[in-house]
Design a protein around this ligand. Structure first.
Ligand code: ADP
Length: 270
């Protein structure tokens, strides 16, 4: 931490001349370390559902004579496989985003289409819990970016809002402009997150309550995907929350100006 890693190469030209090449490897080392940690986390996270499926298959064999038990274990296996598929999907998505330049095809994006698409998909889950999902605010705003990545980010925020809220509550999505930024705010009346955890939830695989997150089918990757998508678009994601009262997540992306170039920060965080 704070140390600079230099890779030094020395070439002897003749008895009186040497060439010294020094390359700063600090950033490369940091990226390598992040990759290594990610790989360790990934294998750990994959072991849980794979182990569960193996165990369920074994139990099912033992219960082969009992059709009700077989049905029960088959259902559980299906749940675990769905979870595993979601996890693999998010791991692939996140590793794509961790590679600089994930945002290849930048175009003008209509925020209305992004929020409508994300809300339509999240509404199905919301309805099952009798949660009312409303979309409001400014229309006609635009940003530069990638449509499907933005839908994924907004969808993750909405899915969380629904997952961490009780039945018969409300989830609202509001679009507005703040200075030169388009702000998408997702507000819920759910369990909230205490101040000490608020920074950590954006870390990969971090969950406040692993048991609860598991019940909701959470992978612990949703918010780190949101963070990457925000950074790739030159924006950010923030949270305001109070335990027991609810949370508000804001995703801010520089607005596309009619005339201008995309205002994006080429330096991205890994
Ligand atoms: P997960 O797949 O577990 O939901 P995320 O990265 O999306 O993973 O979120 C990380 C953790 O942050 C969650 O496990 C949960 O504890 C907390 N969290 C995220 N969104 C909310 C929310 N709207 N209300 C309360 N807690 C939340």
């Amino acid at each position: 931490r704070g140390r600079v890693m230099l890779q030094v190469r020395v070439a002897l030209i003749d008895t009186e001349h040497v060439v010294v090449l020094a390359e700063d490897r600090t950033e490369a080392r940091r990226v390598e370390a992040i990759r290594r940690d990610f790989a360790v986390n990934v294998s750990h996270e994959l072991k849980t559902p794979v182990g569960a499926i193996a165990l369920l298959a074994e139990t099912m064999q033992d219960a082969a004579e009992d059709p009700d038990a077989v049905r029960h274990f088959a259902g559980r296996m299906q749940q675990e496989s769905t979870r595993l598929a979601a996890l693999v999907h998010e791991i692939i998505e996140l590793s794509r985003l961790q590679v600089a330049g994930a945002l290849q095809e930048v175009e003008v994006i209509e925020i209305d289409r992004v929020v409508d698409e994300a809300a339509d998909r999240a509404r199905v889950v919301a309805q099952a819990k009798d949660i009312t999902l409303t979309v409001g605010g400014e229309r006609g705003l635009r940003v530069f970016g990638d449509h499907s990545l933005l839908v994924t980010a907004v969808r993750n925020l909405l899915d969380n809002a629904v997952a961490y809220s009780g039945p018969h509550t409300r989830v609202g999505l509001g679009v507005s402009t703040v200075d030169d930024l388009v702000e998408i705010a997702v507000v819920d009346q759910g369990i909230g997150i205490d101040a000490a955890q608020q920074d950590r939830i954006f870390e990969r695989f971090y969950r406040v309550d692993p048991a609860r997150s598991r019940d909701t089918g959470g992978t612990g990757l949703g918010l780190s995907i949101v963070k990457h998508v925000a950074a790739d678009h030159g924006g950010d994601v923030r949270i305001w929350s109070e335990p027991g009262r609810g949370s508000t997540f804001t995703l801010r992306i520089p607005a596309a100006r009619e005339d201008g170039e995309p205002q994006m920060d080429p330096m991205k965080e890994v």
